[in-house]
Design a protein around this ligand. Structure first.
Ligand code: ADP
Ligand code: MG
Length: 396
């Protein structure tokens, strides 16, 4: 699960990660109120107004602005709330901004230089361990750094048996070119960040930039935190941070029916039971000249309702030129699914694209008979190769 920057910072702060003082606001008036509170707490000379959307690159898109006084906070918050923010990560359609985070300005002058660093922790699937990644090239496109100058990304793998060790944190701080108080604070920062990562069951925490302030503190100026969905049951407080307005509506609807749906940009919709079969079906669609429009796993207990919900969700996608239903009747009987398909088809009505149904397993013959005798424009195929041929004709 993805969360907003202000929520991510709230979690990090609980584990002792230093973040700039800031509060979220829904309206320009509220933005001014919280700016006044920040002024009382910090005496900051300026404020940063930050659009809260589930995407990075906001600075480049005009979603992060510096305000010198309360009037400017109000003005900028008014402009940013309600805007459709387009960043390199949102796609061309952009994302509607509903909230802003107002924070103190952390670029205050002081005895030493200010630096924007990069720090993240994630699971390295190759080694099966967590890895800390860090770079002196923070604040900018880290993907570009990784691609063009990979040597500028430091990696430190964490042994799960012993956790993050002092020498490792010091090694990272040293590689980031930090000395004295800043070095010490980075070591503390890394330990707190690691604790937050493990303690919240995150699958990723990314701090870009981690700021070295002019008085040698290390702050999380930005924060991207992803929480492992499978662990949300033990973090009820984090689960409430979910913002469904940030998620694709089809995926939210699918979730309500217990369907596992991921939208893709091809032309053949598919509905399958079991993730492995779904992957294989997507391969078959590609081999037969189509492109999968989605991944949709209806799970082991497909019934008329779930099939109908799946249908509706797939049909909302205007790119879909054909639908391939591929269900293996192991636990669920094929004739029941066939009845579900026929029923769903009738309920939805006015379906103008070819539907190819492949039902294999328990009662497959009966299922094919139900489909063929339904009088609907649904083609049945028992063998996957036949199904693929029919998809090929349908998208030709
Ligand atoms: P994004 O990654 O979505 O562009 P960031 O939070 O990283 O958003 O902000 C972009 C840039 O804005 C940062 O690299 C930093 O230069 C500046 N910035 C962000 N927060 C602050 C702050 N509290 N004080 C001063 N500058 C900030
Ligand atoms: Mg950033």
């Amino acid at each position: 699960m993805n969360i907003h920057e202000y929520q991510a910072k709230e979690i990090l702060a609980r584990f002792g990660v230093k973040v700039p003082v800031g509060y979220v606001a829904d309206t320009p008036e509220e933005a001014v109120e919280v700016a006044k509170r920040i002024k009382e707490e910090t005496d900051t000379p300026a404020y940063v107004v930050k659009a809260q959307i589930h995407a990075g690159g906001r600075g480049k898109g005009g979603g992060v602005k510096l305000a010198q006084d309360f009037d400017e906070v109000k003005d900028l918050a008014g402009k940013i709330i309600g805007m459709t923010l387009v960043t390199p990560q949102t796609g061309a359609e952009g994302k509607l901004v509903n909230k802003v985070l107002i924070t103190e300005d952390s670029f205050y002058p002081g005895p030493s230089d200010i630096r924007e660093l990069y720090v993240s922790i994630l699971l390295d699937r190759n080694t099966g361990t967590n890895v800390i990644m860090a770079s002196t090239e923070g604040g900018m496109d880290i993907e570009e750094v990784a691609e063009k100058t990979p040597e500028k990304i430091i990696k430190e793998w964490i042994d799960p048996a012993v956790g993050l060790q002092g020498f490792q944190a010091r090694k990272v701080a040293y590689a980031l070119g930090l000395e004295g108080a800043a070095h010490k604070d980075m070591v503390k920062f890394l330990f707190a960040l690691y604790k937050a990562y493990e303690g919240s069951d995150a699958s990723q925490v990314e701090i870009n930039p981690a700021l070295k302030t002019a008085d040698d503190q290390i702050l999380a100026l930005d924060a991207k935190v992803n929480i492992d969905d499978n662990a949300l049951y033990r973090h009820k407080d984090i689960a409430t941070m979910r913002d469904i307005t940030e998620e694709a509506p089809e995926e939210v609807e699918a979730g309500e029916y217990g369907l596992n749906y991921v939208k893709l940009d091809g032309n053949v919709g598919c509905m399958v039971n079991g993730a492995g079969l779904a992957m294989a079906t997507m391969d078959i669609i590609k081999l037969s000249g189509g492109e999968p429009a989605n991944f949709l796993d209806v799970g082991g207990t497909a019934n008329a309702q779930t099939v109908e919900a799946g249908f509706r969700i797939i049909m909302k996608d205007p790119n879909v030129k054909a639908i391939l239903i591929n269900i293996f009747g192991g636990i669920v009987r094929c004739d029941r699914v066939a009845n579900g398909v026929v029923e769903a088809y009738k309920n939805i009505g006015d379906i103008k694209i070819p539907i190819i149904v492949r039902l294999q397993g328990t009662n497959a013959e009966e299922a094919a008979k139900i489909i063929n005798e339904s009088g609907l424009e649904v083609e049945s195929a028992i063998v996957l190769k036949d199904a693929a041929e029919k998809v090929k004709e349908a998208v030709a």
